[in-house]
Design a protein around this ligand. Structure first.
Ligand code: PLP
Length: 400
């Protein structure tokens, strides 16, 4: 094959750089469903880093619902939703809206495309976006695409800085609207945004609020409905984005809010309009079942939190640095990429536990870590085994 030389050089240089900086991890291959224990690269491993918060990914009811939906609706939709919509897709959006106590919801192919599409189409020239500095990449990318907007970044969770940025934005206020946008649970540190203060500041400075509830849905709130339930802020957050790919354990993203918001995004948001009909029947069927199960079994959320508190305290008592986490996402911060890779590797090779290493650019330099996430389906003896393994490996690497 004749390959363009400039193209080949570009790809070769990029690849070499990834290898040189060791930012090319070995991707582990699952040979079974993702569960508390799973077959990874051919051996049984305890999985301690899955977003499968409520253990629904391999739930028999979920699988049955997916199969039944395929039998009834087929394997795929075969057209875009600008042209037709399937009744099961409409039903899913109704249930997603109900779950988030919103009037309506629109389901996108992923959480990433939901954020990019919604932020991009909501914010126009002359508008101001005020964004937490540690917001997810999909929010950042949506902001970048919103051309002509005034973008102000406030220090992570710093309400004084947020207020200063809102005051600063007032000079542009005559031109357009202002949006405060934030992850509600931050994906690498597991901390929660102070939503009550954010909402108050929004009301004081004539702004609206957009939250990314990806790691909060199924996790925060007594019944797992997310951050609005957790802080009892019903009716005070204009846009709730979420993903189906974490606690809901399927795939897709959604934006929930008013009916007008839904139909505006349906017609105008490019990551929705220019993509073939989603969700496919299997995803829609399983996702509908997930909402039903979470509603019926709030004890899953309780078990997730019992496990979270237990495991986090054990790691802290051992002397590990777990940062500022308040949720099931519990990082173990070790400070260099090498140490993070070593910790992940020894836990895997010697203890048969999988936790992934996370380094720059996903987290700031010097905060390299492994990122643990316990799930509702972990048994106490599995967590005890993991605590023992962390102690053994932590001592070996002089981390504790
Ligand atoms: C905070 C946050 N927002 C959005 C996303 C994107 O969701 P998805 O994986 O469904 O594209 C993620 C997932 O990585 C996330 O952690």
């Amino acid at each position: 094959m004749l390959v363009n030389a400039k193209y080949e050089k570009f790809i070769r240089d990029q690849y070499d750089e990834l290898i040189r900086t060791r930012y090319m991890p070995h991707f582990r291959v699952l040979g079974s469903p993702n569960s508390a224990k799973a077959i990874l690269d051919g051996q049984e491993i305890l999985i301690l880093c899955a977003n499968n918060y409520l253990g629904l990914a391999n739930d028999p009811e979920m699988k049955k619902a997916a199969v039944e939906a395929v039998e009834k609706w087929g394997a795929g939709m075969g057209t875009g939703r600008m042209i037709m919509t399937m009744a099961i897709q409409d039903e899913l959006e109704e249930k997603a809206a109900e779950f988030k106590s919103a009037e309506a919801a629109l389901v996108y192919p992923t959480g990433y495309t939901a954020n990019v599409g919604a932020v991009w189409s909501l914010m126009a020239e002359g508008d101001t976006i005020v964004s937490d500095e540690l917001n997810h990449a999909s929010i950042i990318d949506g902001c970048r695409l919103a051309r002509g907007t005034n973008r102000l970044i406030y220090k992570h969770l710093d309400m004084k800085d947020l207020e200063a940025k809102l005051k600063e934005s007032v000079k542009d206020r005559a031109k357009g609207k202002t949006m405060i946008i934030t992850d509600s649970v931050f994906s690498q540190d597991g901390d929660i945004c102070p939503l009550p203060e954010i909402v108050e500041l929004a009301e004081k400075y004539d702004a609206f609020v957009y939250i990314d509830d990806a790691h909060a849905t199924g996790v925060l709130g007594k019944t797992g409905r997310g951050t609005v339930e957790h802080f009892n802020l019903y009716g005070r957050v204009e846009v709730q984005m979420g993903t189906l790919s974490k606690a809901i354990a399927t795939c897709g993203g959604y934006v929930a809010g008013s009916n007008e918001l839904k139909y505006y995004l349906w017609r105008r948001s490019r990551t929705y309009c220019f993509s073939t009909g989603f969700p496919d029947p299997a995803t829609a069927g399983a996702t509908l079942k997930a909402f039903e199960i979470i509603k019926r079994e709030p004890e899953r959320v309780q078990r997730l939190w019992d496990n979270t508190r237990y495991f986090k305290k054990e790691l802290e008592d051992l002397g590990f640095n777990t940062g500022i986490s308040q949720t099931p996402i519990t990082p173990v911060i070790v400070g260099t990429p090498e140490k993070a890779m070593q910790l992940s590797r020894l836990l895997y090779e010697e203890e048969k536990i999988f936790v992934n290493a996370v380094s720059y650019p996903v987290v700031p330099k010097g905060t390299d870590r492994i990122r643990t996430i316990v799930n509702a389906h972990h048994k106490r003896e599995e967590l005890d085994y993991a605590v023992g393994a962390f102690e053994r490996v932590g001592k070996k690497l002089d981390l504790i």
